[in-house]
Ligand binder design. Sequence first.
Ligand SMILES: NC(=O)C1=CN([C@@H]2O[C@H](COP(=O)(O)OP(=O)(O)OC[C@H]3O[C@@H](n4cnc5c(N)ncnc54)[C@H](O)[C@@H]3O)[C@@H](O)[C@H]2O)C=CC1
Ligand SMILES: O=C(O)C(=O)Cc1ccc(O)cc1
Length: 745
Amino acid sequence: MDEFKLTENRLKHDQLPFGKVMIVGLGMIGGSFAKALKERGLAELYAVDRREGELALGVSTGVIDYPAELTEQFIAQMDVIVLATPVRAMASVLAEIKPYLAAHTLLTDVGSTKGSVVEAAVTVFGCMPANFIPGHPIAGAEKSGVLAANPQLFEKHMAIVTPVADSDPVLVDRLHRLWRAIGADVVSMDVDHHDHVLASSSHLPHLLAYTLVDALANSDRSQDVFKFAAGGFRDFTRIASSDPVMWRDVFLANKDATLATLDQFTERLADMRDAIEQGDGASMFGVFTRAKSARDHFLRLLEQRTIAPQKDTSSVSLSVLPASVIKGKVSLPGDKSLSHIAITMAALSRGVSHLTNVCLDGGVRVTIQALRDMGVVIETLSESSLRVHGVGLRGLKAPIAPINLHQSELSLYVLLPVLAGQPFVVSVTADDPLLNHVRADVFDLMRAMGTELEFERKDCLPVKMCPTQQAAFSLSLEGASQKLIVSAFMACLFAEQEANLTEAPEDVTQMEVLLQGFGVRISRSKTAVSVASGELVSTDVEIVADMYSCAWMALLASLLPGSELVMTNLGLDARAFAYFTLLKQMGADIELPDRNAAGLYEGQVLVRFAELSAFQLSVDQTCQLRTLMPLLCVAAAYAKGESRIEGIGQLPYYHEDRVLALVEACNLVQVNAQVESGCLRIDGGVPQGGELDCAGDQYLALAMLVLGARSKTVTQIEDCQTLLEEFSELDAQARQLGLHCSVAQ
Ligand SMILES: NC(=O)C1=CN([C@@H]2O[C@H](COP(=O)(O)OP(=O)(O)OC[C@H]3O[C@@H](n4cnc5c(N)ncnc54)[C@H](O)[C@@H]3O)[C@@H](O)[C@H]2O)C=CC1
Ligand SMILES: O=C(O)C(=O)Cc1ccc(O)cc1
């Protein structure tokens, strides 16, 4: 908005950012739009209305500069013309404008339906003019008329722009700027999609409110109904005070999409009627729980957009002071990926599961919401525990709208195979940056499952998935990422017979133990892992600690003199065990639990301070420990002697990038580190402290915190917003245990 802030001096219209703007239909929306532009000094405002009184009011209240008419004199010289009449009046207005419309003029509208407006334009012009770009602000009120104009109406609200194939891109861009300039968040959308979405989100609620009030007003007891109406009635029916002409037009104009959503809703209402008639409390409870959590979720999203200021993600830094001591007993937050998997498994099993120590971060909430959208009742019992009422392996219900994975990559990898295994067609979408990102790995897996996929862009979300007969399948996991391995195991649950995964990790993982808890049978031979599921059974699970968190805490306690730390809820797999074993080989004082029958080292770990000495890693060891590499770089930075880590160049690029960032950080704090021919050498010493930048990566931020924890002076780490969001509990726990660090904005 500030990009267009002008000085006090009025500028001539050709110096104003949007020149001359004419509103046709100076009511509540047209008036709000005009006033928003005028108050910000962005345009010279003209208006036309079939009611002259509105124009006079518009001038006298300062909403517009000049009244106008639909004549050549006015139309030909406008830079922008905005149609803000009820939608069915637009065809006749377009016909009046057509003879004088200049090619450079941006013609747009604010109508609540878009298909009908495009149809009107095509009828009048013979085709959709390149300079007519339809639009629709998702902001309004139940009031009408120019006196209800509110120049702040569009601030932090969505505005949808619906260009068509022939639309002039320069004008599409100008329309985006126009809405942005008055504070709206602008998105482009396909006309048909707009009409379907709005039919559900806006048109149906208006229809229900009008019908409810009318039905009750005509009932025998109407006097008392209104007399004793509580707040709920008032909230639910506010929009029944909206303008009847406008809404009659909307339903005439968006007939098909409204009927489709009305039919779906009528079915759901009939289900509720049955539930009441049969005293089926469980069904009612299911609908109410899902609806409550869906609404709470939407409100949170909405509040983020309308209330929270744009976050400056790079402005938060963490400072760590030397001379901390870590002492105490701690139960670490549950692993994120295991939390996604456990909730999904509980949803797919039969019966009720209790999950504790669940990491309920934003991504996990996305998975929960998606499962709720498909009929699973998930109760939140506390900040980290859930009760999940499972529906069976193929018991999910088709969602009424596309499943939105927002920005959660883990939800994508866990849920796609589950959706592919259901007996219904489902569309999956997401927000940037998850949208339009090529993911051949997981979509190849979907194809191996026998799923038909329809994309707008190959192997990118959004996708439409159509189930076909599930085949038995065998898959190689050679070189697969951790996320793809999760997907592959989830996919195996839906195979017709036993599924085989070749080149799978040799040792049992935490995920496998979790799956076995829900009744999945997993067996290993030399060459493959076989997975057989059948029906899943509900169970109670405590999610074990996140591996990076416990590896981080252990290193911190090892390095800080006087430290003595007990971590209680660990379930270490082979990789985590290898990390701890390496630290012990370096001289660390660590007591590990024994291996249990399931193959995990489960229980508590005790860590005390000890001086560390240098270590060497072969290419294979480096690959095995790749996710923990930032912490190992820091261990090497403090260890006596030169550590050598082979195979850095063979790591996936994101792991290699982290190592390179750590090499730079070491050199900044005057610890000698370099990579030569894929081999990293770090000559341990005493870091000096200084200013480091983790570039928003929470794993690097944690490693850099340890790097600063025993250095000579203060270490400041920039760009720690993500760390504080993703690992908030960990950071708080570390402080409680004695780590001296503070947040600075
Ligand atoms: N009310 C709301 O909350 C929202 C409305 N919209 C859309 O905005 C448009 C306007 O709605 P409101 O401002 O609420 O209505 P309104 O009733 O306040 O204003 C409409 C104005 O258009 C004028 N008008 C009607 N036919 C005309 C014609 N043939 N030529 C010239 N002027 C004419 C009327 O005299 C009136 O002043 C509608 O298309 C509606 O779908 C979009 C978003 C929100
Ligand atoms: O008043 C309300 O709550 C609305 O729903 C406003 C509204 C009405 C119509 C639209 O096309 C967009 C927004």
